[in-house]
Design a binder for this molecule. Structure first.
Ligand SMILES: NC(=O)N[C@@H](CC(=O)O)C(=O)O
Ligand SMILES: [Zn+2]
Ligand SMILES: [Zn+2]
Length: 343
């Protein structure tokens, strides 16, 4: 049995830089035509020139003959100017801007400390129809880590959309029923991406017979009721929900440590993982919309030409890729998936 779908895109991806970029880019380029490239490098991608330079480094890291297309993003800070964002959008340097609440996740220290500081930027983005990608978690240490997404909706998203009702927002990597309900109730200008891990894991995975650093990402995986709500939304066929892996590689030395980094490296078998979820839900016919159609429609980009094919054959995920301190543990390491990506 084979499943052929229009070539998909990844609407939330970390490719990193330098040697790591060279290692991980081929995995994404193999499965996806385009990806929204997260700007949380160190230092972050805050200028159009930095975005163009980073895009060149990504292109140089692609395998011979690849037609993969990186879609670049701007990292918003308290100092970002509206005209800077608009100019980079108009000249094609970036397609979206990313809001990291300062301190919320990996390399977010220079993010936005208060949404009030970027009001002029948001007004400009609303005017020009530019997408705002959001890491939707509050950073208040008084808020339980499992509640940070839900509180962000009430404290930040709802008031921001009340002020900028036409702003296009992608609520990235949603993890909760609260996130699902919010996106469904919002206007057509609000959508969400969904990762494989938030479809497959609940918070028990963090502690399964011991502490599991490779199941740790942000937003942290939640209770089963939330996983089920996210799964139902992603597989419902609703065009507000689309594929964004949030593949976020960290070397072993970063993951397995006294203070391990957040991030799951799921790029190598991303489509196989999503296909498994859609098959389990009995809606394989909806995978194409989720993976290849809803995202371009929201971003006002053309659908990809061509197809990819998955066959109904086992794929064993390797335990580890590479060696020593630099090794990468892929998502679902050591497990067998029911689908195999062929081309
Ligand atoms: N998702 C993660 O756990 N980590 C991401 C950052 C992010 O997307 O929040 C990373 O860059 O490592
Ligand atoms: Zn994030
Ligand atoms: Zn991310």
């Amino acid at each position: 049995m084979q499943l052929t779908i229009r070539r998909p895109d990844d609407w939330h991806l970390h490719l990193r830089d330098g040697a790591m970029l060279e290692r991980v880019a081929p995995y994404t380029a193999r499965q996806f035509k385009r990806a929204i490239i997260m700007p949380n490098l160190s230092p972050p991608v805050t200028t159009a020139q930095a975005a163009r330079d980073y895009k060149s480094r990504i292109m140089a890291a692609l395998p011979e003959g690849s037609d993969f297309e990186p879609l670049m993003t701007a990292y918003l800070t308290d100092e970002t100017l509206p005209e800077q964002i608009a100019t980079g959008h108009a000249d094609g340097s970036w397609v979206a801007a990313k809001l990291y609440p300062a301190g919320a996740t990996t390399n977010s220290a220079l993010g936005v400390t208060d949404i009030a500081n970027i009001r002029a930027v948001l007004a400009e983005m609303e005017k020009i129809g530019m997408v705002l990608c959001v890491h939707g978690e509050v950073t208040d240490p008084a808020i339980d880590v499992f509640d940070r997404e839900a509180v962000f909706i009430d404290k930040v998203l709802i008031p921001t959309l009340a002020d900028f009702p036409g702003l296009k927002v992608v609520f990235e990597h949603i993890t909760t029923k609260d996130g699902v309900d919010f996106v469904m109730a919002a206007g057509e200008n609000v959508a969400a991406t969904v990762t494989p891990q938030h479809l497959m894991l609940n918070r028990n995975a963090l502690f399964e017979s011991g502490l599991r650093p490779h199941a740790y990402c942000l937003p942290v995986v939640k209770r089963e009721e939330h996983r089920l709500a996210v799964r139902e939304a992603a597989t419902s066929g609703n065009p507000k929900f689309f594929l964004g892996t949030d593949s976020a590689p960290h070397p072993m030395s970063g993951k397995v440590s006294d203070c391990g980094c957040a991030g799951i490296f799921n790029a190598p078998y991303a489509l196989e993982a999503y296909a498994q979820v859609f098959e389990e839900e009995g809606v394989l016919d909806r995978l194409e919309g989720f993976a290849s159609e809803h995202g371009p429609a929201f971003y006002d980009l053309p659908l990809n030409e061509g197809t990819v094919t998955l066959s109904r054959a086992p794929t064993l995920v390797e335990d580890v890729i590479g060696e020593g301190a630099d090794a990468l543990t892929p998502f679902l390491a050591g497990q067998t998936l029911g689908w195999h990506f062929t081309e």
